[in-house]
Ligand binder design. Structure first.
Ligand code: NAD
Length: 253
């Protein structure tokens, strides 16, 4: 089977050392054409250029604020016709914050939910009908170990709650879209070496966290990218509504 006639949309894949960009490369290496939506337009275009150059696929990068429905509509309209039909979506864009619950404001709470949950809704709601019409789709959500174990890594209550919302979203959507040939799964990474904490998780706290990881290291973006690529395969059609841990054993349940 081949995915060369299909496109995967990956949100938040601009970030240079991020999970999204690594995933764009592994999916492109598997034959997918790639569309990257990122708040940072320059990084989205840079990532698309890099992906097209290293792999023989088409890639387009578009600036897009996924929290804004009009921005999502504009970005996806640019893709229509420029790339083959969308066969997969990776809801990767996300933000975190360590603010303790006793200090968090309603605005900050809303911002965390706006990107992680509403943003994923905006893009998924726009792309799922086409997938259903064509009878094929793969949707992957980036949740977090924070959702499963109640924080304890970096993110606070708002982040853990938003990432847990993505698990409910995944499961209910899997049930609804299964009859249309669409699988919906979540991955729950542990501590992965990226820039999401803006360097705030270093030194002693990081060493402490790594000491609690059975495989003895923090995760790499490739660890997560490989798993997402597996879940997007055409052959992986009987796995849906599942949450895949990729955390080095830091949370076993
Ligand atoms: P990152 O900060 O490297 O990348 C996130 C990307 O999302 C950035 O390119 C950013 O510009 C983009 N983005 C932010 N807000 C956006 C918006 N409104 N619209 C469009 N794009 C937007 O992050 P990462 O570490 O690669 O994380 C990717 C995903 O994995 C996130 O959902 C995160 O919550 C999840 N995750 C990360 C870790 C980790 O340890 N790094 C662990 C568990 C889960």
């Amino acid at each position: 089977m081949s995915v060369s006639d299909k496109t995967v949309v990956i949100t938040g894949a601009g970030s240079k050392r991020g999970i999204g960009r690594a995933t764009a490369h592994t999916l492109a290496a598997a034959g997918w054409n790639v569309a990257i939506l990122d708040l940072d337009e320059a990084s989205a275009k840079d990532a698309a250029h890099e992906v097209a150059e290293r792999n023989r696929v088409q890639a387009v990068g578009v600036g897009c604020d996924i929290t804004d429905e009009a921005s999502v509509e504009n970005a996806l309209t640019v893709l229509d016709g420029a790339l083959p039909p969308v066969g997969a979506l990776v809801n990767n864009a996300g933000i975190t914050s360590p603010t303790p619950f006793l200090e968090v404001s309603g605005e900050e709470w809303d911002r965390i939910f706006a990107v992680n949950v509403r943003g994923a809704f905006n893009v998924t709601r726009r792309l799922a009908p086409g997938m259903a019409e064509r009878g094929f789709g793969r949707i992957v959500f980036l949740s977090s170990v924070s959702a499963e174990r109640g924080g304890g890594v970096f993110g606070g209550v708002a982040y853990s709650a938003a990432k847990a919302a993505e698990l409910g979203f995944t499961r209910a959507l899997a049930r609804e879209l299964g009859p249309h040939g669409i699988t919906v799964n979540a991955v729950a990474p542990g501590l992965i070496d990226t820039d999401i904490t803006g360097g705030a998780l270093e030194g002693e706290r990081k060493a402490e966290l790594v000491a609690g990881i059975p495989v003895g290291r923090n995760g790499r973006v490739a660890d997560v990218a490989d798993l997402i690529t597996y879940l997007c395969r055409e052959e992986t059609g009987y796995v849906t509504g599942a949450t895949y841990d990729v955390n080095g054993g830091s949370h076993i349940h």
